[in-house]
Design a protein around this ligand. Structure first.
Ligand code: PMP
Length: 338
């Protein structure tokens, strides 16, 4: 019989999917190189790449004694990391408390509660030094006896999980033929861990970060952008500033239009940060094709599913409200020439 004993055993070993039509390669022939392979992370059991770091951070805290049996995991997150932590905590018998600002949608809070986690909602309209602020409440909860805060922005086990698992998977799946790796940058854990591993195998592999226009990684100051999960207004400890050979800046409009194309033309229902990364990979593929590098093998990591963004990226009224195209255009009009 083929089965696993815990959902945790289903984390990782996600497949690579070849992108076709959406690449608009000049010949119009999707069999012509470069090869662009998407690492489909929404196939993890919690629905995102963050399942990987959740397991690794929890296991390391168990090993170090920072997290004791019956302990409580406290993290200020409402996103994918929260889902991964809630899922692993449920399987391992820990309590989970997530702190989030009141602007976080009820849907997102309900996902965490569905796994049995507790969600503490803090008012956005108070200054950071206020006792009820998001920062103060999470610090207070994390200082209780038995509590442990993973802190994905400074926890070395975040990039380590990608160095030890995701990087080797990509190397094995491409039989060492990968030439370029593309990923969005949030905490930087994904690009730093995978990038370091791949460069150790072959220093010629190019590591490319995709970043929303305005974020620090592409030289901005943190100007607001709408794509979620990527870009920062500070430099996290989990980001290795030496790992990326290049950063490709992508606008919200291009990220969202390409996210929608992935669903309609490749049946890949993914989130906006996936659209952003895949758009950067497409731009790179065009550059390489123009340079005659049809033998290039580009792997782009797609972090999560589009299910969590149905009222945003996939909603015409939401897009129109920000002046973005809503579809109906021909693909080349939607994404512009690259
Ligand atoms: N996309 C989404 C949807 C995410 O939640 C994250 C994590 N913040 C990322 C991309 C970026 O991954 P990393 O934090 O490893 O840089």
């Amino acid at each position: 019989m083929e089965y696993v004993n815990s959902l945790i055993d289903l984390i990782g070993n996600t497949p690579l999917l070849r992108l076709g039509r959406t690449l608009d390669l000049p010949s119009g022939d999707t069999q012509a190189g470069p090869l662009v392979l998407a690492k489909v992370e929404y196939l993890n059991p919690g629905g995102s790449v963050k399942d990987r770091i959740a397991t690794r951070m929890i296991e390391a805290a168990e090993a170090s004694g920072a997290l004791q049996p019956g302990g409580t995991i406290v993290e200020p997150t409402s996103g994918n990391t929260g889902v991964g932590l809630a899922m692993v905590a449920q399987q391992k018998g820990y309590k989970c408390v997530f702190v989030c600002p009141d602007k976080v949608s009820e849907d997102k809070r309900n996902v965490l509660k569905a796994y049995g986690a507790e969600v503490v909602v803090c008012p956005t309209a108070v200054p950071p030094e206020h006792p009820d602020s998001y920062y103060n409440v999470s610090d207070r909860l994390a200082s209780q006896p038995g509590a442990w805060k993973p802190d994905q922005y400074s926890n070395p086990n975040n990039p380590r999980s990608h160095y030890e698992d995701t990087g080797p998977e990509i190397w094995r799946q491409t039989e060492g033929r990968i030439t370029h790796f593309v990923a969005g940058v949030g905490t930087g854990g994904t690009i730093s861990g995978i990038g370091r591993y791949l460069k150790e195998q072959n220093p010629d592999i190019q590591v490319i970060g995709a970043d929303p226009a305005g974020s620090v990684y592409s030289g901005g100051t943190g100007r607001p952008y709408l794509v979620e999960g990527v870009g920062e207004d500070f430099w996290p400890e989990t980001y290795d500033r030496g790992v990326a050979d290049r950063i490709i800046e992508v606008s919200d409009a291009d990220s969202f239009a390409f996210t929608r194309r992935l669903a309609r033309e490749e049946a890949l229902l993914v989130g906006g940060s996936s659209g952003m990364a895949a758009y950067a990979a497409k731009q790179l593929a065009h550059e390489l094709a123009a340079a005659g590098r049809t033998d290039a093998v580009i792997v782009v990591l797609l972090p999560d599913s589009g299910r969590g963004y149905l009222t945003k990226v996939f909603n015409d009224a939401w897009l129109a409200q920000y002046g973005f195209p809503t579809g109906g255009e021909t693909p080349s009009q939607t994404v512009g020439e690259v």
